[in-house]
Design a protein around this ligand. Structure first.
Ligand SMILES: [Zn+2]
Length: 101
């Protein structure tokens, strides 16, 4: 019985040997130097893409320097809400991507 945690090693899909696995998407087999997870780098790129999803600036309410203070206050509040919404959507997209992966 191997005492090492399961996550520390992974069976190489290329040569069938067990190899140390650092939980990195581009981990390579110690024996044949092929990727332990052939889909790893693609999955990683997908996750990063999901995190980088941002609200297009055009969707943000415009705040003009010429706006009076009583108009800028509420606009900043709306913008804050929009950014919060964008962050929430980003997180949900990331979560869905992570679960689907
Ligand atoms: Zn291998």
């Amino acid at each position: 019985m191997n005492a090492a945690p399961l996550s520390a090693s992974k069976k190489c899909p290329h040569c069938g040997q067990w190899s140390a696995h650092q939980q990195q998407p581009d981990d390579r087999c110690e024996h044949c130097h092929e990727l332990l997870d052939p889909q790893g780098p693609a999955k990683q790129a997908e996750m990063e893409q999901a995190w980088k999803w941002e609200l297009p600036p055009a969707m943000l309410i415009p705040i003009h320097p010429t706006d009076p203070w009583w108009l800028r206050g509420p606009k900043y509040l709306v913008r804050g809400g929009q950014l919060l919404f964008a962050a929430t959507v980003s997180f949900v997209i990331w979560l869905v991507t992570a679960l689907a992966g």
